[in-house]
Ligand binder design. Structure first.
Ligand code: SAM
Length: 250
């Protein structure tokens, strides 16, 4: 029987001996009670994003919470060794969810949402708060599925200029159809970077001015071939190539 993995937004105390009781609430409790219809003694794995995972068993369901007993801890994160930052232009609806889910599965460590000139969506205020909560939930759900115990940090949207004003280490790449193919081969193949910073554009692409901003900050424009990929496809292809190049994907 597949043992379910659940993210606990409530941090788990590390200074208390195991076994210890832990209270799951919100979506986790709802999932256990109404989707899995779990019963006492059912096994599960709990992670809180602070490192590793806990083998646990259901103790009791309450009205809106479920009490579990944490039995043992496994200090395994299945995370990418090197920092992998993704600058992701805001996308519509499901496309955003798809890009966030796949980027999480592929080991991105930090996602900076970007408001670029040609973004077709530009949520703000309470609408943005709700979207950020939903998007963070998408990354947690992707972690539950893929076994990653350290969800990527997801930063609220900022302008491209703001993002580029931060000093970022590693191999800096911006996806653009007119870029160079194979930026990860040839001479650069020898110097394994101490991380990646990858920027990918909205459905309308990056403007010439934005590409000039990237170039000023030392980003290499990277072409993923002769066809125009969808905005949610391109980052996944690039991440897979980069993670294969580092050896992470075998
Ligand atoms: N007409 C737009 C352009 O010229 O950039 C197409 C935008 S495409 C639908 C959305 C984003 O996916 C682009 O901003 C780029 O980051 C990435 N992308 C799509 N196809 C690509 C390719 N062949 N090479 C590199 N990046 C690509």
């Amino acid at each position: 029987m597949r043992i379910s993995r659940l993210f606990s937004p409530t941090p788990i105390a590390r200074d208390r001996a195991l076994p210890q009781e832990h209270c799951l609430e919100g979506q986790a409790a709802h999932y256990l009670q109404h989707v899995l219809r779990s019963r006492p003694d059912d096994e599960l794995v709990i992670f809180d994003g602070l490192g590793g995972e806990f083998q646990a068993r259901v103790l009791a369901h309450k009205r809106h919470t479920t009490i579990v007993e944490l039995l043992s801890h496994l200090a395994e994160d299945r995370a990418t060794e090197h920092p992998f930052r993704l600058g992701l232009a805001l996308l519509r609806g499901d496309r955003m969810d798809y890009a966030l889910r796949k980027a999480t599965e592929l080991g991105v460590t930090h996602i900076q949402l970007l408001r670029t000139e040609r973004c077709e969506v530009n949520p703000s205020g309470s609408k943005l708060d709700k979207r950020l909560q939903h998007w963070r939930g998408v990354t947690y759900s992707a972690c539950e599925q893929c076994g990653l115990n350290l969800p990527p940090e997801l930063s609220a949207p900022c302008s491209l200029a703001q993002w580029l004003s931060h000093s970022m280490q590693g191999c800096k790449l911006v996806l653009h159809p007119t870029g160079r193919p194979g930026v990860l081969t040839g001479s650069s193949a020898t110097a394994r970077p101490n991380g990646f910073v990858l920027a990918t554009g909205p459905e309308g692409g990056f403007s010439e001015q934005e590409m000039a901003m990237f170039e000023e900050q030392g980003f290499l424009a990277w072409s993923l071939g002769p066809r125009i990929l969808r905005a949610e496809t391109a980052p996944i292809v690039a991440l897979a190539i980069a993670q294969h190049w580092t050896g992470e994907l075998g």
